[in-house]
Every structure is written in structure tokens, then in C-alpha cells.
Design a protein around this ligand. Structure first.
Ligand code: ATP
Ligand code: MP5
Length: 272
């Protein structure tokens, strides 16, 4: 067997297993990629919301990144919850020092429950320090509005925001996710030359905790395997659509998605 593809997630935790690091590692595993993690914050949360969280000391975040890079170099990296400005600056500095490529940014700002996971003052750092380093960034509509300062209510406005994020702010590519528009689950992909629409049925379900984490982790896993970017995004869309379509009905609030669903479909199995 050749070298196993490896992916790293830099993000916060979710003890209930639906979002953050936990969603990312489950996704990596299901897509046959060896998963590693750097924890930025320990978050006490479940399907009902966030109770509290504690940011990891900067030295510990730095030491975790060094521990990974000194030993097992990942083929692709994603960031999720980065919490505050000095974490963003540190991660940007380490990304440059380790010459990271295949970087997927999920610009996590607010949890589905409405709880803030990024300090208000840190939003400009995310755009200035990290966005130019990304291979692809995956904002949902409120995040794309924050990044661009635009109101986004339709597909044309999603395209305008996507263009600004790449052409002005320096991301290599973007997917503006339309999970918050209410007709279809329509996302806009733009890579500086080509616009594309990723369209799926929109399922009427409350089991959408960690959808953004899972989608960006699936792109990261595919990039780690060497899949071309456009195709990686396509696979990630299929993965998240299947994971939403076949809910596992856990939790009393916004339940987690089903990480078995994608492979069940590939293999014609029924694990859940
Ligand atoms: N109800 C749904 N049915 C089908 N697809 C959906 C649904 N909700 C979201 N999606 C898709 O899931 C992916 C993630 O989108 P979403 O906008 O929910 O991300 P997000 O808000 O960042 O998620 P989160 O904050 O929960 O991590 C997108 O491809 C989106 O189109
Ligand atoms: C650690 C962490 N990262 C990201 C999310 C966003 O996911 P959601 O919007 O589904 O709550 C979360 N809840 N927790």
C-alpha cells in the first residue's frame, strides 16, 4: 500500500459528536483518509446549543501544530472554529511556516443554535490574514454577508459575493452555501474563471447540526487524496446531501447528520 492520504482539522470540539473536530474526523474516516486534529477550543455543546467554551492557550495550539507537522505531514488542512484574533494570527503564521497547501477554510462564526463561536473583532483578521492562504473557503449566507458586507438573498447576489471573495480578497476558490435559502440546497462555486451551481433537493429536517463542518471536511479529505478541486466539491456535496437525507434521529435539538449514508449509498449497504 502506498502512503495513506492524511488530513488535519484545526477546530473546536463538540462532546455530542455532531460538529467541529468530531464531525471532521468522522468525515475523514468515511472517505478513507487518516485524520488528525489540532484543538483550538473545548466547547461544551450538544444538539440544543452551546453552554460554554474555553479557548486553548496559544502555546498549546502552536505545540499541537508542531507535533503534527514534525511527524506526519498532512496532504490537506481545514480550519473551523478559530474563536479569536490571536488564534487566527497564530494559525496564519504556522500555515506559512509549514508551507501549507490544500487549505480549506470553513469560516465558522455562529453555531446553528445562534451562539457566537468567533469574536466580533476577529472577523477582519479572518479575511485579512487567512483568506488569502485558502485553496477554497466555504461560507454560508450569513458568513458571506459578513465577509463581503453585502446583503445576499438570491443566486445573483451569491455570485457577486463569490466573485468579491476570490477577485478582491484573494481566496483561490469559494463555495457560497445556500443551505439558508429556502427553495433548493443550491451552492455557488467560483474559482476565478468558472462559476458553477451545486444543486440538491432541500430536505425538511432539523438534523443539520454540523452540516458546514462536514461539507468542508469532505472537500479536505478529497483534496488530501489528490482529487481535483471541482470534483472534490462535487463529492462533498453528495456526501452532505446523503448525510442530511438519511437522518439518524439523535438529540432533542438540531441533531447530527448521518456519516454512514455516503458509503451506504456507494456500497448499497444499510448501516443506519
Ligand atoms: N435542509 C437541507 N437539505 C439539503 N441540503 C442542505 C440542507 N441544509 C443545508 N444543506 C447543504 O449542506 C451544505 C452546508 O450548508 P449550510 O449552509 O447548512 O452550512 P452551515 O450553515 O455552514 O452549516 P453549520 O453552521 O451547521 O456547520 C450545503 O451544501 C447546503 O446546500
Ligand atoms: C466546534 C464547533 N464548530 C463549528 C460549529 C458549527 O456547526 P453548527 O452551525 O451546525 O452548530 C459548532 N457548533 N461547533
Amino acid at each position: 500500500m502506498g502512503q495513506v492520504p492524511r488530513a488535519l482539522t484545526i477546530a473546536g470540539t463538540d462532546p455530542s459528536g455532531g460538529a467541529g473536530i468530531h464531525a471532521d474526523l468522522k468525515t475523514f474516516q468515511e472517505l478513507c483518509v487518516y485524520g488528525m486534529s489540532v484543538i483550538t477550543a473545548v466547547v461544551s455543546q450538544n444538539t440544543l446549543g452551546v453552554k460554554t467554551f474555553l479557548d486553548m492557550p496559544l502555546e498549546l495550539i502552536e505545540s499541537q501544530m508542531d507535533a503534527v507537522y514534525e511527524d506526519i505531514r498532512p496532504n490537506a488542512v481545514k480550519t473551523g472554529m478559530l474563536s479569536q484574533s490571536d488564534v487566527i494570527r497564530l494559525v496564519a503564521q504556522k500555515m506559512k511556516a509549514y508551507n501549507v497547501d490544500n487549505y480549506v477554510m470553513d469560516p465558522v462564526m455562529v453555531a446553528k443554535s445562534g451562539d457566537a463561536l468567533l469574536a466580533e473583532t476577529a472577523k477582519k483578521e479572518l479575511v485579512n490574514e487567512l483568506l488569502p492562504l485558502t485553496t477554497i473557503v466555504t461560507p454560508n449566507l450569513p458568513e458571506a454577508e459578513e465577509i463581503t458586507g453585502r446583503t445576499i438573498q438570491n443566486v445573483q447576489q451569491m455570485k457577486d459575493a463569490a466573485k468579491q471573495i476570490v477577485d478582491e480578497f484573494g481566496a483561490t476558490a469559494v463555495v457560497v452555501k445556500g443551505g439558508h435559502l429556502d427553495d433548493e440546497a443550491r451552492d455557488i462555486y467560483y474559482d476565478g474563471s468558472v462559476f458553477d451551481e451545486l444543486v440538491a433537493s432541500r430536505y425538511d429536517t432539523k438534523h443539520t447540526h454540523g452540516t458546514g463542518c462536514t461539507f468542508s471536511a469532505a472537500i479536505t479529505a478529497e483534496l488530501a487524496k489528490g482529487t481535483p478541486l471541482r470534483q472534490a466539491v462535487e463529492t462533498a456535496k453528495t456526501y452532505i446531501t446523503e448525510a442530511i437525507k438519511h437522518p439518524i434521529h439523535l438529540g432533542r435539538g438540531h441533531g447530527p447528520v448521518n456519516h454512514w449514508a455516503y458509503r451506504n449509498r456507494q456500497e448499497g449497504l444499510s448501516r443506519a
